[in-house]
Design a binder for this molecule. Structure first.
Ligand code: FES
Length: 377
């Protein structure tokens, strides 16, 4: 015979008048549950052991709250802008720290809740017969009463330390999760800033107005060997990779090496054959970016940023080995095959009359590489 048969099912009026204890007892009977043990975890309130357990739970919530605050602080204030090689220590920690602090906040809240249930919610030993079918209204009301009773018996109402720390933990972590998407809107790396430190908006070719001349430099294999490029150095139809160089860096091995390593620095310098140069189609607004038959394009693929280092002299195509995008070098490096959707950015170049070497007349006028959240097109 089931407990539902044994227990008298109360009417709506009787149900409404029953207190929590009565509902709990009724619920166990109706569910065919036999409570073998139902001890109060802390029968004497306020003992030292109970307070110690309470502090143990609160400690986890405090940890979660501090981690939540740290997450917000890291997100807002940690150096997040790309740094040149050799100066990347703090920048490299940005993403790991975000993960660590958010992870600790979630861990702290989870551990605090687990500890609370383990230490304060009554651990009854019960035997229940299995029923078929959905629960009726009485069963639903009584199970709510049982859960409420477990919460009441855990003493949550008088455990202000746990309530406050849990509130702080959930609050700070929640605030961090709100700050996270909002921050993406607030930051504006494509600002009008002229600072060379604004590395998401400028490449290593950038020089503020009135600054030094930025020459085109070959990589000879020795980072301290400075080999500049003059127009006579290249045969018609040749291509070579060049990097930015400033005279002030000549005796600074770190800066010379960093210029070769910075990810957005490599540029393809192409000297077209006169026959080919006669058919070149220039991009609107960039008609004076070349010097005679010399054209300079970023090597960073506009698809996903691989180096587009294969120049086919016969077809005048530049190939990206990653996903086989092809760019037409005779038509401002417009993509003509593969997944890349934007041309390779062109670097404006000229010849410095004082030295006879090729130099950059300015930085790229558009973001190079793959998708960029401030990209206009
Ligand atoms: Fe160049 Fe994908 S990165 S085609």
């Amino acid at each position: 015979m089931s407990g539902q048969d044994d227990a008298k099912v109360p009417s709506h009026e009787e149900l409404a008048q029953m207190g929590p204890d009565e509902l709990v007892r009724l619920g166990t009977k109706l569910d065919d549950v036999e409570l073998v043990e139902y001890p109060d975890p802390w029968p004497v309130p306020g003992t030292r052991a109970e307070r110690r357990a309470e502090r143990g739970v609160a400690l986890w919530f405090v940890l979660a709250a501090l981690a939540g605050v740290a997450f917000i602080a890291v997100f807002v204030a940690w150096p997040w802008q790309y740094r040149d090689p050799g100066h990347q220590f703090l920048y490299r920690l940005y993403t790991p720290l975000l993960g660590l602090t958010l992870g600790l906040a979630i861990l702290g809240i989870g551990a605090g809740v687990l500890m609370y249930v383990k230490k304060f919610v009554p651990h009854e030993v019960a035997v229940q017969q299995r029923h078929d079918g959905p629960s009726d209204e009485v069963a639903r009301r009584t199970i709510v009463a049982e859960l409420t009773d477990a919460g009441t018996r855990s003493g949550i109402g008088r455990r202000s330390l746990i309530k406050r720390t849990a509130g702080a933990a959930v609050g700070f972590m929640g605030l961090g999760l709100v700050v996270l998407p909002l921050g993406g809107f607030i930051k504006n790396p494509w600002s009008k800033s002229l600072s060379p430190e604004d590395t998401l908006a400028h490449t290593g070719w950038y020089e503020p107005p009135g600054g030094e001349t930025v020459y085109l430099r070959k990589d000879t294999g020795d980072p301290t060997d400075v080999a500049l490029v003059s127009p006579q150095d290249m045969d018609a139809g040749a291509m070579q990779t060049v990097f930015p160089f400033r005279e002030s860096e000549r005796n600074d091995p770190d800066k010379l090496r960093a210029a070769l390593q910075r990810i957005d620095n490599p540029v393809m310098l192409i000297r077209f054959r006169p026959d080919d140069a006669a058919h070149i189609i220039k991009r609107a607004g960039q008609e004076n970016f070349n010097y005679g038959d010399y054209y300079a394009y970023t090597k960073i693929c506009s698809h996903l940023g691989c180096p587009t280092s294969l120049y086919e002299q016969q077809t005048q195509r530049i190939l990206c080995p990653c996903h086989q995008s092809q760019f037409n070098a005779l038509e401002y490096c417009k993509p003509i095959f593969g997944p890349a959707a934007r041309p390779l950015a062109q670097l404006p170049i000229g010849v410095d009359q004082a030295t006879g070497y090729l130099y950059a007349k300015g930085d790229f006028i558009e973001p190079i590489g793959p998708g960029y959240w401030e990209r206009g097109a």
